[in-house]
Design a protein around this ligand. Structure first.
Ligand SMILES: *Cc1c(COP(=O)(O)O)cnc(C)c1O
Length: 241
């Protein structure tokens, strides 16, 4: 069920409080963790409701759905920031570049090259995050440090001038086991640190990790952006899609 406007407001306030507490507990700077509201499978109205509560950063994982929804939202005069967080088929990259401010789910070199190509055509620059595979269940993301390095190296070499390499994204395994989940986040953080040491000139500052069920652990492990859907908007109704 989609939450009402009042429920969405209540949830955003509650989650922001929890983020602030987690930042403090982890010795992190106040405000260092961004809240990305994942509106996939929720209607345009839910996005408008969140916008009216001051939420400006949104995530969607399917390009066609995002395009329809956020075109409508922008036509109403709002200026949300939109991140694409789902694995990209190559025939969707053109539209993804058109509508998004950041593509968080870069998991193959060909995707990077296509993004660059469409940025050239559309005369725009775009941020990307490199998705790294840390969990067993999910198949997406660069599988090894070497694969990840190969992709970041392309950016560092100046081969992709319309792409801003802004950091990393991962999904933890779907389990309630704190040790396993935190282990995945820690692996992401350590891998990010290694890559940053190789390329200190790149702005690889974002660590996008943590969802409704595990964002407090992610913040403890160094997340700078949590991607939260269910806890803000309610359960997704997949049958209406
Ligand atoms: C759907 C999704 C989320 C949000 O998941 P919730 O459990 O609903 O908070 C976060 N990240 C990605 C990549 C997603 O696809």
């Amino acid at each position: 069920m989609d939450f009402t406007k009042d429920e969405i407001k209540e949830q955003i306030v509650r989650i922001k409080d929890q983020i602030a507490v987690a930042e403090q507990k982890a010795g992190r700077t106040a405000g260092s963790v961004a809240l990305l509201a994942v509106s996939k499978f929720h209607p345009t109205q839910s996005v408008l409701d969140a916008l009216s509560c001051g939420q400006t950063l949104f995530g969607e994982n399917r390009v066609q759905e995002a395009k329809a929804k956020f075109t409508e939202v922008r036509e109403k005069g709002f200026t949300p920031t939109l991140h694409i967080i789902g694995s990209l088929q190559r025939n969707k990259i053109k539209d993804a570049v058109k509508i998004a401010d950041c593509i968080e789910s870069v998991d193959r070199i060909e995707v990077l090259q296509d993004i660059e190509k469409y940025c050239v055509a559309q005369q725009k620059t775009i941020q990307v995050l490199f998705e790294f595979h840390t969990g067993e269940e999910s198949k997406s993301g660069f599988a090894t440090y070497e694969d990840l390095m190969a992709a970041v190296t392309l950016c560092a070499n100046g081969a992709l001038p319309h792409i801003v390499p802004a950091g990393f994204m991962t999904m933890a395994p779907f389990t309630q086991d704190e040790t396993i989940v935190r282990g995945a986040f820690a692996k992401m953080r350590q891998t990010a640190e290694k890559v940053r040491n190789e390329f200190p000139q790149l702005p690889l500052t974002t660590l996008s990790m943590g969802m409704s069920g595990d964002y407090l652990w992610a913040i403890a492990e160094g997340s700078t952006e949590v991607r939260i859907g269910t806890a803000i908007f309610g359960e997704r109704n997949y049958t209406q899609a």
